[in-house]
Design a protein around this ligand. Structure first.
Ligand SMILES: *[C@@H]1O[C@H](CO)[C@@H](O)[C@H](O)[C@H]1NC(C)=O
Ligand SMILES: *[C@@H]1O[C@H](CO)[C@@H](O)[C@H](O)[C@H]1NC(C)=O
Ligand SMILES: *[C@@H]1O[C@H](CO)[C@@H](O)[C@H](O)[C@H]1NC(C)=O
Ligand SMILES: *[C@@H]1O[C@H](CO)[C@@H](O)[C@H](O)[C@H]1NC(C)=O
Ligand SMILES: *[C@@H]1O[C@H](CO)[C@@H](O)[C@H](O)[C@H]1NC(C)=O
Ligand SMILES: *[C@@H]1O[C@H](CO)[C@@H](O)[C@H](O)[C@H]1NC(C)=O
Ligand SMILES: *[C@@H]1O[C@H](CO)[C@@H](O)[C@H](O)[C@H]1NC(C)=O
Ligand SMILES: *[C@@H]1O[C@H](CO)[C@@H](O)[C@H](O)[C@H]1NC(C)=O
Ligand SMILES: *[C@@H]1O[C@H](CO)[C@@H](O)[C@H](O)[C@H]1NC(C)=O
Length: 628
């Protein structure tokens, strides 16, 4: 009897406790175990003392807060296998997104317990092994995205049991064998490209375009005929019950229209409120400094537009948050004004507001997609963008040290940190690698178009990191002489839209000269005369005063002259007048990598030193701390 009392006492206590802060206790425990057993690069604010349902990033509960129904942790930097018996205990889980991490191991077998799973996003991870053989345990699965992993084996037949399935993406894995005959009328999106699938195309899938099967060895028995000539297998068969679908579509349109109305209304409310708060917000800034003040705030016109984030971005804010952020002008650049925006949760981002975009929405979006999908430690990541009729915004990470231009040409003496030679080498090497990566994009044809020291930043390891790429093709051309970018522009470029990879190399050469001389690419002497850095260096070198070229600030470091001369030669090679005589970016990278190798026998001395294993003579260490 006593034990019974104790038990019910504990039970009651537990009940009171769980009602008190309305927290799903078991689910919380499961999540804590999950996150504590899976290493991650970025912090997650899952504090055991704060309520799961309100305060934990990426977690959503059911309406009555009794269970967790969605977990979204894209791009948190998870590494390793999903710890068993953790996530699988979230018995009511409907949405799971762990995309864009580095999760490895097999598809967790205990996920069979997640009977309510509806949306599953695991793309861009390192999963291996075969897919679960029995998909029919997840009756409600609607979207499956397992693309860009290393799953192998065959596509299980049981997928054809998923009657709610609308989207199946298994692209870019190592799946082999034949494609099962998926008789799924609900399926609207399919992508099986870039696997090792073979055999013939099942008839049920002929309604999908051939591109979703590309990168496999599949024979299309009937489809090589143009649709009109193959009456037996029209590629896009009419839905069997078109009337019903018509009604559904109509309903969808009505629902969507209502939702849109609501969103627009909410938007106006927010905009009004933030205006009343005192115009210091980003929206106020946009209006004040704006080109079209009467048109005002982005989004107020097309409320269906929103910030488009890229895969792997774990920012949690939207356009409204951005508009409410406090903002300060960082600079007016070639293509528009750049703001520093501090959001309510202290997230700091850089927002670039583009002046004159000359292309339509589609083309703009395509270009943004290319830019946003370049992931490289030496390329500043585009996190999100926004496009409406009146506003085009780009959202980047904020670099607290400012650009290389600021660091190099900021007020000398005083607080300014002198830039030692090692740091300059790292800036040069990083930027070169970043540009080489950019040039590899789009089948090796992508152009940066606006390389200058104010578009180069220092990444966490103190290496150069390039920003502002790929804008020349979407912007109106700039008249050549006026722009500040002129000092970086290759002589053959008369129209900014005609920038090429070799003109990028030229601009990069000017940046190298800037790093070596400490001088701006164009600077005025006392009188009216304007000095062009490239011409000046040429003249000095011609007169054999080479040593005069270098920044006096560098003179205090011993034994670097040879390296500086070598770097000067690389720079001079980049700024050769004839475009086709300039080196290609990968060659430039190799040349810079070799600068430090010439006088040491340890090939990687430069690289290892930069990791901070050996203390450097100056305060380079502070570069790795963004809070400084
Ligand atoms: C939860 O978040 C709210 C605001 O989002 C905050 O005021 C509160 O202190 C947080 N609670 C805990 C326990 O962290
Ligand atoms: C699955 O979701 C439904 C509501 O959509 C709910 O009634 C049911 O209890 C859930 N199943 C589990 C195991 O939580
Ligand atoms: C699936 O969805 C339906 C309707 O949304 C719901 O009633 C059901 O509980 C869900 N779960 C399972 C396992 O069928
Ligand atoms: C799939 O990969 C795993 C490990 O990566 C390997 O052991 C297995 O043999 C592979 N299976 C197939 C069918 O290739
Ligand atoms: C579909 O589900 C039924 C019952 O759950 C099962 O008997 C059948 O084998 C499944 N079909 C496939 C192709 O797995
Ligand atoms: C799956 O992920 C890929 C890559 O992120 C994305 O392009 C695609 O839109 C996703 N598909 C679905 C159906 O969510
Ligand atoms: C399918 O996936 C491939 C590779 O991820 C991608 O290039 C292609 O655009 C996708 N196709 C469709 C129709 O989504
Ligand atoms: C693709 O499958 C064939 C057999 O169908 C196999 O010989 C080949 O090694 C596979 N290639 C890869 C890259 O897995
Ligand atoms: C493609 O498949 C056919 C048979 O289906 C086979 O004869 C051929 O060698 C395969 N090609 C490749 C590149 O694997």
């Amino acid at each position: 009897m006593k034990t019974l009392y104790i038990f019910s006492g504990i039970f009651l206590l537990g009940l009171i406790f769980s009602l008190g802060n309305a927290d799903p206790v078991d689910d919380k425990q499961a999540l804590l175990e999950f996150v504590s057993h899976l290493p991650h690069l970025h912090p997650i604010n899952w504090d055991k003392d704060s309520p799961v349902c309100n305060n934990w990033t990426g977690v959503t509960c059911s309406d009555d807060k009794s269970q967790v129904i969605s977990v979204r942790l894209p791009g948190v930097g998870f590494q390793g296998a999903i710890p068993p018996n953790t996530l699988s205990r979230l018995s009511a889980l409907q949405i799971l997104s762990l995309r864009s991490n580095r999760i490895s191991g097999f598809f967790p077998s205990d996920f069979v317990n997640l009977k309510n799973l509806t949306f599953l996003y695991l793309q861009y991870n390192d999963f291996v092994g075969s897919l679960p053989s029995d998909f029919s345990v997840w009756k409600n699965l609607t979207i499956i995205n397992l693309s860009n992993n290393r799953f192998n084996g065959s596509i299980p037949n049981s997928i054809s049991n998923l009657t709610s399935l609308q989207a199946l993406n298994l692209a870019t894995n190592s799946l082999s064998g034949e494609i099962p005959d998926l008789q799924l009328s609900s399926l609207q999106q399919l992508n099986l490209s870039h696997n090792n699938l073979s055999g013939s195309m099942p008839k049920s899938l002929l309604r999908f375009p051939p591109s979703v099967f590309s990168g496999n060895n599949i024979t299309f028995e009937t489809s090589p005929l143009p649709p009109a000539l193959s009456p037996s297998f029209p590629p896009y068969p009419k839905p069997r019950n078109s009337r019903k679908i018509g009604e559904m579509a109509l309903l969808g349109i009505i629902v969507a229209a209502c939702a849109l109305g609501l969103v627009a209304f909410a938007f106006l409310l927010i905009v009004c409120c933030s205006k009343r708060k005192g115009g210091d917000g980003f929206s106020g800034k946009l209006q004040k400094g704006g080109m079209s003040p009467e048109k005002g705030i982005p989004g107020s016109q097309d409320a269906n537009n929103r910030l488009i984030f890229f895969d792997g971005c774990n920012f949690v804010f939207d356009l409204e948050d951005l508009l409410r952020a406090s903002a300060e002008v960082l600079g007016k650049g070639t293509f528009g004004t750049t703001y520093k925006a501090i959001l309510e949760d202290a997230t700091t981002v850089v927002v670039k507001r583009l002046k004159e975009v000359s292309v339509g929405k589609r083309e703009f979006e395509q270009q943004m997609e290319v830019v946003g999908n370049i992931r490289h430690e030496n390329v500043v990541e585009l996190r999100a963008y926004y496009h409406s009729k009146d506003e085009k915004l780009m959202v980047y990470d904020y670099y607290s040290l400012g650009s290389v231009s600021t660091i190099l040409h900021g007020k000398r003496g005083g607080d300014r940190m002198p830039l030692d030679w090692d740091t300059r080498l790292r800036i040069a090497l990083g930027a070169a690698r970043g540009i080489a990566r950019i040039h590899a994009e789009n089948g090796g044809k992508f152009v940066h178009g606006n390389i200058k020291s104010s578009n180069i930043f220092l990444n966490a390891r103190g290496y150069g990191c390039v920003s502002d790429l790929g804008l020349t093709t979407v912007m109106s051309p700039l008249a050549p002489p006026i722009s500040r970018a002129a000092g970086y522009r290759a002589p053959e470029v008369t129209d900014t839209r005609k920038a090429s990879q070799s003109s990028d190399v030229y601009s990069f050469g000017v940046v190298l000269l800037e790093l070596l001389t400490g001088k701006s690419p164009i600077h005025a002497t006392g009188g009216d005369e304007v000095i062009h850095l490239v011409r000046w260096v040429h003249s000095v070198v011609r007169e054999e005063w080479t040593a005069e070229v270098f920044d006096v600030e560098l003179m205090r470091y011993p034994n670097i002259e040879e390296e500086m001369v070598e770097m000067l030669q690389i720079a001079m090679g980049c700024v050769i007048r004839m475009p086709d005589q300039r080196p290609k970016m990968p060659d430039v990278v190799r040349l810079i990598e070799n600068v430090r190798h010439t006088d040491t026998d340890n090939r990687s001395s430069f690289e290892t030193r930069s990791e901070g294993s050996t203390p450097l003579p100056t305060t380079v260490g502070t570069y790795s701390s963004p809070s400084q």
